[in-house]
Ligand binder design. Sequence first.
Ligand code: SF4
Length: 721
Amino acid sequence: MHTQSLPQLQSPATQTSPRRVKYLTSLDQIAGISDEDRELLKKVSERYVFRANDYYLRLIDWTDPKDPIKQLIIPRKEELNDWGKLDASNEAAVTVEPGVQHKYKDTVLLLCNEVCGAYCRYCFRKRLFMNDNEEVSKDVTQGLAYIRQHPEVSNVLLTGGDPLIMGTRRLREIISALREIDHVKIIRIGSKMPAFNPFRILDDPDLQAMFREHSTPDKRIYLMCHFDHPRELTPEARAGIAKLLECGVICVNQCPIIRGINDDPQTLATLFREFSYIGCPQYYVFQGRPTAGNEPFEVPIVEGWRIFSQALVDESGLAGRARFSMSHASGKVEIQSVDERFIYLRYHRSKYPENNGRFFVCKRNDHAYWLDHLELAEGSYVPKGVEFAQKSPAAPRVAAPDPTPGRAVPQSPRIETSRASKAGGLVAAGFTLIELLVVISIIVLLIGMLAPALSSARKTAGMVRELAAIRQVGSAFTMYAQDNKSKLLPGYLRGSWAKPARRTFIVHESATSASEDGRLFGETIRPYPWRLMPYLDYARPALVLDRTLRTTIEDLSSDRTQAVNFQAAFSRHPTFGMNTTYVGGDAHRGGFYRPSYSRWGTFVVDKLESVIMPSKLMIFASSRGVRSNSGGQKVPGFHRLEGPWHATPTSNSVPAFIPWLAPGRFDAALPTTTFGHLDFRHFGKATTVTFDGHAETLDLDQLNDMRRWYNQATAANGHPR
Ligand code: SF4
């Protein structure tokens, strides 16, 4: 990462008159470009317009040919490569009026301006800056009328262009008009002005007053900032964000992964971290749209996922709350994970309601830049509105040559089927009895050989399905924490251990009612899977893969009188068990509080940000247990996993680690408690998911590694930090 010190700009505290930045629209005004490059780049700027300003240009280190700020703002000859489409996510298809886009039921975009504080070379809306563009409407009267007529619209995004480049008077008119529409609750402003020209915020008291007036405790204004690189976060930019926060505006940051600008985990991690410090956490990281002119800036999906997930590894929950998403024509698709064979995706929002919240799987393709370039995996949900890449076509058959005109076509000897059938099938068709027996034996042999292969393929398919499901449950679990002040769901809470004095584990305000003896009741005491349902968008298959059980639950759910039973049934028999002893806490084992371990820090992880090694610490695994009414029969699903155990330490000793079983002694007939209720149902392995969303199958030996269970473990033998 660059550590170049920035030119000293005027301190906002001592400044008295507005500081004006100078906008530049000709490459002739840029001294840092050589004459030779200038002529070449002028051709680029004739196609994709150039605009910058003197404040932002001062951030460039001209001695570094790969300077990220320079790449962001100065044209490059590769932009002329023939690649991509001008409207890569087909915004035209959701444009309902000039300057009005309506894609998701509750959200409308008002494109109210077609100018920005500078032009990012990788912009996906560069078509708006072209001369013949009519997609933006400076007169938003029609847009406002459209919103008034649509009571389902609660969320309006002002965009363009950059709305903050407009004068405050005009911006105030638009925002005041929106505030008069009762059903509009959230106003978002998409802006890169805090990066391109923070003085626009710092030096305009009218703008600040307008924000104070209209970003109220009941209805906030959100500023969707756009910083791509930590070097854009100058003291002035920090002061600009601080001023916005002071005016009651909620700030979040979002940016794409851009080649040459932020395409390495360290840069991205610094960006996430710095913005979490200043109260502007990262919201989305976008996969770049395959837009015309953007080839030099694009990063393939799989590489983008690697960069994004590595950037999250050591970050706190707040710094790492971003989602990696694609704004596809069909909706907003999160890239949830990638493994050797597949890419796992999920719709946050979709133009088509049936896609909403749906999880789907594509075959891994390291060269794909966009959803349409991927091939859907067999058995996956098929999203509406996506034209996936097709399998490579089979080799075309060689066509029989046309017969030479005028000559007879030689005929194959004809099989007289009628005669064959009359005379008794194959024997009559030319097979002797011996030959027939040989054919039958070969068929039997082939069936014998293929049956295990087919059964193995079925088992593999089941494993892949379960990996996808456990990944989904894992992300629902961490999403819950992200939405609840970083607090994790309790692992196994029965009330008696969760006394108010130790309430750090209680995750929901509604669960604070306590009886006289200090026991807690309420929502929280329901076991965890039911609590995850909203985060799974009620995708029950993710929790319960057993079809019979699922049908029973579905039946119960349709009978309102059984609602309580339904929840209980659902909660008791998920397919996946949770690492309750060490994550979230386990009342049964005293996991909420163990004074004897206090000198090694928190025994149980109760907050997302406390997780030390998110790629190691396991949340869920495939499990089974013995249901009380099953007559001792083991059934899939048990909501609590008990990891290898720590024996209580004597005064100064470290706790001893007790594995469930010595390696090689796993026996499926043993009680499930012998190995913590884990179910090694996939070729002797259990499916697992860790805090970073990584799902894999692990065997008993691998799961005897305490670092998978215990946040403080520094070694496989469970030695605490
Ligand atoms: S600020 Fe946004 S709209 Fe403007 S050029 Fe950059 S990416 Fe495009």
